[in-house]
Design a protein around this ligand. Sequence first.
Ligand SMILES: [Fe+2]
Length: 340
Amino acid sequence: MNQSISPDTGGCNEARVLLVDDEPMVLEGLRRCVYKEFVADLANSPEEGLAKLRKNGPYPVVVSDMSMPGMDGAEFLATVRTISPDSIRVMLTGLSDVEAAMRAVNEGQIFRFLTKPVTRKTLLATLHACVAQYHAARFEKDQLKIAINALEQLDLGTLTAFARAIDAKSAWTAGHSERVTSLALQIGQAMGLPAESLEIMQRGGLLHDIGKIGTPAAVLDKPGSLDPEEMQIMRDHVKVGVRILEPVPCFREALPMVAQHHEWFDGSGYPAGLAGENISLHARILALADCYDALVSDRPYRRGLPTQQALELLIQRSGTQFDPMVIEVFKRLAATGQLV
Ligand SMILES: [Fe+2]
């Protein structure tokens, strides 16, 4: 009696229903009612139903008898909800357990309940309504997913475009923000930072120098050392960057990278003179990546240093300009030839 049509052979995955009843005759009767319009999978116990759900799910619709030995229908459908939250759940009850079924409806967000004996017409109409409900919910979820993905993509694209606009201001900084970001992410990954943290670092890294939009090219490209006034103008790119990004909610967590990437570990950096762990870890990582890229790149007043020499310079500044912990990770990446 326990016939089932495999979802793999049914070829109609979106109209599959799981029917659960401990009485084989009832189960077979249900299957006969629906087989022309739905692919029915049968289970004659809640345990078997859960096993099928795990193996072949998700089913758009799960129909369960209320009164079964062991786990009753309410408990079964509550478990279905945790395993397969999108499945629409229907309770089938005898007249004697309507009260229990009503409670299950109220507590378990069951879409419908049907009383036995159920007519073919009512059963089919219910199942069609359930499938429609399932697809409507799925459609909404899919749309939301698409919208979020699009926003994320757009965001990264926009950020990269911004980064290029910042770097394009000076011929000497082409590609700087993207290289620094990639290096900072490499360090972050080697430190085992979680994905959310790396995502913040990507935002902050790409736009860490956005304040340079307000720095005159004559200062940015000056071939020689800056006088005190020019130095102040250069340093102001940090404050300008913070002012630009402050109103953007999705930058809240990346803002410390912009604000603190010129702070020194010993407290002698700018603009706030923060020290040690008062500087965000993201900013401590970024500071190292930023400086490394500046050292190995050509500048108006000097050629870029060979990587080994740049590395040695950074190591000399461990504990003063840079966090020794970040330096150690960077050294390890360099020693194993992993630096991009
Ligand atoms: Fe900077």
